[in-house]
Design a protein around this ligand. Structure first.
Ligand code: NAI
Length: 333
């Protein structure tokens, strides 16, 4: 079956990793017609807006998108396209599997953990204003509706994937109302899933435990900002940002993207690691029901990692992005 997928190459290293991933996925035999759309600064140049309506309509129509990173200006300029996209399509759950890859040197080679991040509210709502010069207020929005639906998503995921335990990370000792509500919703939903262990940890302690003994965690449920920070921390446990995939899921569709950003420090050099976006592509293929192409891609990627001859610079090799992609394709059976 031929799938029509929205492709957002993004900017910075985005187009470099996206080109390699498209090449690999096509070599794996998935029949895909890509609808390419621009976002962020590139879209402003072409359409005068960061999130053109053609892009949103394309995702609504196709229900699935593969997305490279998009730069957000710091401290000024337009608001995040990534956050805007998640809000516009109500992609409320962000799934980030943290799994070490065979042969890739890292601190915790046995780690296999899934982070579910609430994707639509918290301080990420970006509701800030100047009260008086020199004083700024930033609002943390937590609602019962969003906290309950993402909790239910996490427990349903755990049930489907055979996961045993979900740990909710929070700071309800200090933010008694906002984080308190998130935690209450988690606990209420947990009662509907007695076979899955539910516990919680204050987020600062959870970070320390993650660095010392991450194997104690099976799944984590986090509000938006903690989820953002903790998933980068977890990427570091298994070899870095170049490796970790992600999926933004909602009722209207799913957008698959790497955890990392546009990496301006290495953009344009052809040295970025495409693995994170490739693994996001594998999640996308599974979501589409393309099991064979997903397995073929994943097995070829595992083989290249296990051999250890062709690796990008971030994980100790010298290979260019395109060389790494060719090595994977050469292993496909
Ligand atoms: P970043 O993730 O782009 O880079 C952090 C570090 O990791 C850099 O040293 C970079 O070279 C390295 N890195 C990241 N991805 C890599 C890859 N595939 N291969 C090799 N090395 C890799 O984070 P940073 O610098 O904080 O953000 C840069 C821009 O990206 C910002 O404008 C930010 O807003 C945006 N961003 C976009 C995201 C998205 O589109 N979903 C997510 C995170 C950040």
């Amino acid at each position: 079956m031929k799938h029509r997928i929205t492709l957002i190459p993004g900017d910075g290293i985005g187009p470099e990793v996206a080109a390699s991933v498209v090449h690999i996925i096509e070599a794996a035999g998935a029949e895909i017609e890509w609808e390419t759309h621009y976002a962020g600064a590139q879209a402003v140049e072409k359409f005068g807006e960061t999130l053109p309506k053609e892009l949103l309509e394309s995702i609504k129509r196709n229900k699935v998108a593969l997305k490279g990173p998009v730069t957000t200006p710091i401290g000024k300029g337009f608001t995040s396209v990534n956050v805007g996209l998640r809000k516009a399509l109500d992609l409320y759950a962000n799934v980030r599997p943290i799994r070490a890859l065979p042969g890739v040197p890292c601190r915790f080679p046995e780690l296999d953990l899934v982070i579910v991040r609430e994707n639509t509210e918290s301080l990420y709502a970006g509701l800030e204003h100047i009260v008086v010069p020199g004083v700024v207020e930033s609002l943390k929005i937590i609602t019962e509706k969003a906290s309950t639906r993402v909790s239910r998503f996490a427990f349903e995921f755990a049930r489907r994937e055979g996961r045993k335990k979900i740990t909710c990370g929070h700071k309800a000792n200090i933010m008694k109302l906002s984080d308190g509500l998130f935690l209450d919703c988690f606990r209420k939903v947990a009662m509907e899933y007695p076979e899955i262990e539910a516990d919680d940890k204050i987020i600062d302690n959870a970070c320390m435990q993650l660095v010392m003994r991450p194997q104690q965690f099976d799944m984590m449920l986090l509000e938006n900002l903690y989820g953002d920070i903790v998933s980068d921390l977890c990427a570091g446990l298994i070899g870095g940002l170049g490796l970790v995939p992600g999926a933004n899921i909602g009722e209207q569709g799913a957008v698959f993207e790497a955890v990392h950003g546009s990496a301006p420090d290495i953009a344009g050099q052809g040295i970025a690691n495409p693995t994170a976006l490739l693994q996001s592509g594998v999640l996308m293929l599974r979501h589409l029901g393309e099991r064979e192409a997903a397995d073929r891609t994943e097995n070829a990627m595992f083989e290249v990692f296990t051999e250890g001859k062709v690796r990008t610079r971030d994980i100790g090799g010298t290979a260019k992005t395109a060389e790494f992609a060719e090595a994977i394709i050469s292993k496909m059976k």
